[in-house]
Ligand binder design. Structure first.
Ligand SMILES: Nc1ncnc2c1ncn2[C@@H]1O[C@H](COP(=O)(O)OP(=O)(O)OP(=O)(O)O)[C@@H](O)[C@H]1O
Ligand SMILES: [Mg+2]
Length: 303
């Protein structure tokens, strides 16, 4: 039996009469890399804020490492979780060290513990600049790594990363995900949001959010299999004005560069349709990507 460290049942969050998160249920196992995907405004950050003890759910049950998230328990929860927020990570006008000092004070860490821990984290990311460097003078990718360390300073069991790689270079994104994987190997639970589908492939499981609701939770491989099976095709036109598939048979028709991804509706005679399309299109059956899954389940095109 896996050790469930985040357990959410029928959670809703509303602001006035606007429902930002609607009746979501999911759990996260200890040591898991759990991804949260969804369009802008889907409710990812709102959910994270509840799980970090920063916002109370309007209804439902949230349990973080055996502690129920209810008013009065915020302090206990904050000891267990680290949070790298989407908009604010570090004070730009303070040095790296001053930012860490500040975090250490917030968490009331003993000085000896703090200094050791900071050194360990600096080694973890391979930080080789001076700790007196102002944060605003760090390259974007390094700043995000330092922010990760700041969120890990009090050695939380669970770390929440809200779009930690937004706007950083591909190289820096790759490095950041290596760090995430090391953390998980070390037994930390990582809860991460991203808009990059290539990053999401690294998650053990993913929750897909759409307009405040969770529409699917599964591993990347299972999401692809359950959403598409072996029914996805790539069509590249062979002629300038190809004959289009008739709308009646189409479930998904999504442009990818010069080509299209096509999924037929259930019950359609696929072999027959393909025979008809072969004259004007080069057709190949393809394995679905997470992007295909996202388009189908979250963006909800052709539904
Ligand atoms: N304090 C608040 N008061 C009113 N509405 C809010 C508040 N916080 C969030 N919302 C609304 O709740 C919805 C969900 O917002 P949230 O920030 O959780 O989305 P998100 O999935 O994190 O989006 P993004 O990908 O843009 O970060 C949005 O419509 C947002 O405007
Ligand atoms: Mg957000």
């Amino acid at each position: 039996m896996k050790n469930i460290i985040v357990d959410v049942k029928n959670m809703s969050v509303w602001f006035g009469d606007f429902v930002a998160v609607r009746n979501v249920s999911f759990n996260v196992a200890s040591g898991e890399i759990f991804g949260f995907l969804g369009a802008n405004g889907a409710g990812k950050t709102t959910t994270i804020r509840v799980l970090c003890g920063l916002l109370n759910a309007s209804s439902g049950v949230v349990i973080i490492d055996n502690i129920r998230a209810v008013p009065g328990q915020e302090y206990k929860i904050k000891k267990k979780v680290g949070y790298m927020s989407q908009r604010f990570t570090l004070y730009d006008d303070l040095s790296v060290q001053e930012n860490f000092d500040f975090m250490a004070a917030l968490h009331q860490l003993d000085n000896d513990v703090y200094v050791l821990r900071r050194q360990k984290l600096m080694d973890f990311i391979g930080f080789d600049s001076d700790l007196r460097t102002l944060v605003k003078n760090l390259p974007g990718g390094i700043k995000q790594q330092v922010a990760l360390c700041a969120a890990l300073l009090h050695n939380p069991k669970i770390i929440f990363l809200d779009e930690p790689t937004a706007g950083v270079s591909p190289q820096a994104r790759y490095k950041f995900w290596q760090l995430i994987q090391e953390l998980a190997k070390d037994g930390k639970t990582v809860f991460v949001t991203t808009h990059y589908m290539d990053e999401a492939e690294n998650c053990h499981r993913i929750a897909l959010m759409r307009a405040g609701e969770i529409v699917a939770v599964d591993s990347p491989a299972e999401l692809k299999r359950k959403t598409f099976g072996d029914t996805l095709f790539r069509l590249l036109p062979k002629v300038p004005k190809p004959m289009w598939p008739i709308p009646d048979v189409i479930d998904i028709w999504q442009p990818y560069g010069a080509a299209y991804h096509l999924k037929f509706r259930d019950g359609v005679n696929v072999a027959r349709q393909l025979r008809g399309l072969k004259r004007d299109w080069e057709i190949a059956q393809i394995p679905p990507s997470l992007e295909d899954v996202f388009v189908r389940l979250v963006e909800g095109k052709n539904r």
